[in-house]
Design a protein around this ligand. Structure first.
Ligand code: HEC
Length: 130
């Protein structure tokens, strides 16, 4: 009897787990090959950035949605390529503050938290968000 109860609870939690995944709107589903730089970047993004940034639509979580960042990035600071702008945004987030946002809200210590490989992967990943 006890085993049956445990089994029921186990099955229920599986069901709930699946339902939750579907509701997250695709953000948690990886579309990129995890063996490419962009695919690795997607994983780093999920760990360190997705708490504050959506990647689709205009939704503001804490920071702006990064949909279209690959195109927008090259227009942010004159003379800075899209890749360089994204890199700077991660390492020196206060060099440019997105209009309507407050300086200092983006996490400040990624230069110490992430390896240079992580940052390269992130740049490759964000360049796929056009
Ligand atoms: C604590 C919340 C927070 C976290 C975590 C965070 N960001 Fe941000 N991010 C922000 C905010 C707020 C802004 C807008 C203010 C600014 O420009 O500093 C921003 C701005 C940006 C921009 C500039 C967007 C534009 O339109 O120019 C990029 C690119 C970016 N973040 C990438 C990242 C990446 C990559 C990570 C993970 C390594 C990350 N952010 C983690 C809050 C966050």
């Amino acid at each position: 009897m006890r085993r049956l109860l445990l089994l029921t609870i186990f099955c229920l939690s599986l069901l709930v787990g699946c339902g939750g995944d579907k509701k997250s709107g695709g953000n948690s589903e990886s579309q990129l090959d995890p063996n490419t730089d962009a695919g690795r970047g997607e994983q780093v993004f999920k760990t360190h950035c997705a708490t504050c940034h959506a990647i689709k639509g205009d939704r503001v979580v804490v920071g702006p949605s990064l949909e279209g960042i690959a195109t927008r990035a090259s227009t942010r600071i004159e003379g800075l390529s899209a890749e360089d702008y994204i890199r700077e945004s991660i390492i020196y987030p206060n060099n440019f503050t997105v209009p309507d946002f407050v300086e200092g809200m983006m996490q400040q210590n990624f230069a110490n938290q992430l390896t240079s490989d992580d940052v390269n992967y992130l740049v490759a990943y964000l360049m796929t968000l056009d």
